[in-house]
Structures are given as C-alpha cells and as structure tokens.
Design a protein around this ligand. Structure first.
Ligand SMILES: NC(=O)c1ccc[n+]([C@@H]2O[C@H](COP(=O)([O-])OP(=O)(O)OC[C@H]3O[C@@H](n4cnc5c(N)ncnc54)[C@H](OP(=O)(O)O)[C@@H]3O)[C@@H](O)[C@H]2O)c1
Length: 287
C-alpha cells in the first residue's frame, strides 16, 4: 500500500490533487475551510488537526501564501516531524520564508509549482516542479515532477520565469488578434499564420540561452535598431486604429533604451543583460 497523504484545500486544484492521490492508491484524507465535497475514495474531515494527524505527508493547495500562512502556523506542533508539500503558487521569497518557518519547527518542507491545468493532474500531461525536501510522493500527480534542488525557492523561481514568458506571450496573442480584426482580418484567418510565428519561439529560446551563456550578442542576423523601428510602426498602426498599444510600447521602450545606450547593432538577446544591469545589487537572490 502506498503511504497515506493528507490534502489541505479542496478548491479546483486541491480536488484534482486529492483525486490523483486516491487513484494512485494513497489513503487520502482531505480538509477544506468551507464545506466542499471530497473525491470518491478520500476521507473528508472538518477538523484540520485530525486531517494533519492522519498522514506523515501533508499536501497544501490554497489560493495563495496568505491563506497558507493563516492555516499552517496554528498546526506547527502537529506538523512537527511531518512533510509539508506546499503546491500553492507564490513568489520564491515567500517559499523561502515558509521553508525557514518549517525548519524552525522541525517540519520537512517541499515547495512545488503546478504548471498545468487541473484536467492534466494524474495524467501524462501534468508538470509539477519541486524544490526543497526531495519527495517521490508527487509521482501520483502524473507526468513530470522535476526536482530542482534543495534551495526551496527554486521551484517558484522557475514558475515565475515561465509564467513571465507565458503571460507576456498571451498579451501579444490578445493584441495581435485585435490588430488583425482592426484590419478586417478574421481571427480564424490569422490563426494558422500566428501559429507559424509562435513556432519560431523554441528556436529563439535556444539561441538566446546559448548567447547569454557565452555573454555575446551578435546582431548580424537581427539587431536592436531594426527591431525597435519595427516595433514603432506596430505602435503607430495600433494607435491609428484607437487600440491600446501599451504592451508593444513596453517592448519598444526596452529596445529603444538599448539603442540609446549604444547597443543598436547588438542582437536582441542583449536585452536580458540590459535588464539585469538595471537591478540594484542587493535585489538579486542567488540559488
Ligand atoms: N486551477 C488551476 O488550473 C491551477 C493551475 C496551476 C496552479 N494552480 C494553483 O493552485 C492553487 C489553488 O488554486 P485553485 O484553482 O484550487 O483555487 P480555488 O479553486 O479558488 O480554491 C482555493 C482554495 O483555497 C482555499 N482558501 C482560500 N483562502 C483560504 C484561507 N484563508 N484559509 C483556508 N483556505 C483558504 C479555499 O477554501 P474555501 O473553499 O473555503 O474558499 C479553496 O480550497 C493556487 O495557488 C493556484 O495558483 C491552479
């Protein structure tokens, strides 16, 4: 029999997690602040202390760290010697602070970041990053569960970087459709060609990461001066149609700053270095 697991939080994701543990054969005990159903096969209790006592591994999935910080501290004594696997999304610093709190109470702490929607949990499509205490229990969630190291903020660090990429890309998708429709191009007409543009991203990601590793940003194939000029005409077109161009303006501001500081002939990967140069020394946090 697989080890008993407790799940605190039966929201959309907590429910999916509890279902996956149950399906994987873990005796599963659940608790939720308000009355919500537990998946078939899982035990539900209204007594959070009893829920924690039921298992050596306590998985937490609540809205945010504020919620986690309101639930866990009163349970510190009961949690002593157990493993908390916190799958609530949050910042790397919040994960580190919670890990420190756990360490002072002799609680093992794993911080996880779920990167895929609820319907992937328990299937081969799931992706759950984790760092801090290494645990096999996440294998019940299916798919991949890369362990990113003992430093507890690493999973959340990957999470914020990946969601930075996701949301800025999604903002671009939203704006591109508005731009196309302002030119009487239907979203369905643009979509196949838009997919072709997004297919370039994997190549860009590989190329930029190699350049950042080398610290060299050759601009022979594409440089920042030409990129900034291209962005300017997108802004001009959007604003002529009365469309908000703030996302593209933000991108243009970065490219233009690079041009204005003498990097117009450099490749676009230089922007990462430029962003890092603007960070005060004491604001960075190493692994
Ligand atoms: N849904 C997804 O597809 C998805 C994907 C990746 C990551 N995540 C992450 O998973 C976490 C949970 O998301 P979700 O979709 O499950 O959210 P949700 O459906 O809104 O559920 C939120 C849960 O948090 C509980 N909660 C909130 N504040 C609380 C408090 N102060 N004390 C105790 N319990 C509290 C809620 O309890 P009540 O029922 O009593 O309100 C509920 O169980 C979030 O950090 C989210 O970013 C979700």
């Amino acid at each position: 029999m697989t080890e008993p697991v407790t799940v605190l939080g039966l929201g959309a994701m907590g429910y999916a997690i509890a279902s996956a543990f149950t399906a994987a054969g873990h005796p599963t005990t659940t608790w939720n602040r308000s009355a919500r159903p537990a998946p078939d096969g899982a035990v539900r209790t209204d007594d959070v202390t009893a829920a924690v006592t039921a298992s050596k591994t306590v998985v937490v999935c609540l809205t945010d760290y504020e919620a986690v910080r309101s639930v866990l501290p009163p349970l510190a004594d009961t949690l002593r010697g157990r493993l908390v696997v916190n799958l609530t999304s949050g910042s790397p610093d919040a994960a580190r602070e919670l890990a420190e709190w756990a360490a002072t109470h002799d609680i093992l702490y794993t911080d996880g970041a779920i990167m895929t929607p609820t319907d992937t949990i328990g299937t081969a499509s799931a992706l759950t990053l984790h760092s801090g205490h290494q645990t096999e229990v996440l294998s019940a969630l299916g798919g991949n569960q890369p362990y990113l190291g003992a430093e507890p903020g690493r999973a959340a660090g990957f999470d914020v970087a990946l969601l930075d990429l996701f949301w800025t890309s999604v903002a671009g998708v939203a704006h591109a459709f508005a731009m196309a429709r302002s030119e009487n191009i239907a979203a369905t007409e643009l979509a196949p060609l838009a997919r072709g543009i997004s297919d370039l991203l994997p190549m860009v990601i590989d190329e930029y990461s190699a350049r950042l590793e080398e610290g060299k940003h050759p601009g022979d194939a594409a440089n920042l001066r030409t990129a900034a000029a291209g962005m300017a005409h997108i802004i001009e077109t959007a604003e002529a149609r009365g469309l908000d161009a703030s996302v593209m303006r933000a991108a243009h501001t970065l490219a233009q700053r690079a041009v204005d500081t003498g990097h117009g002939a450099d490749g676009i990967s230089y922007l990462t270095e430029m962003l890092e140069r603007n960070v005060p020394e004491n604001a960075t946090r190493g692994g």
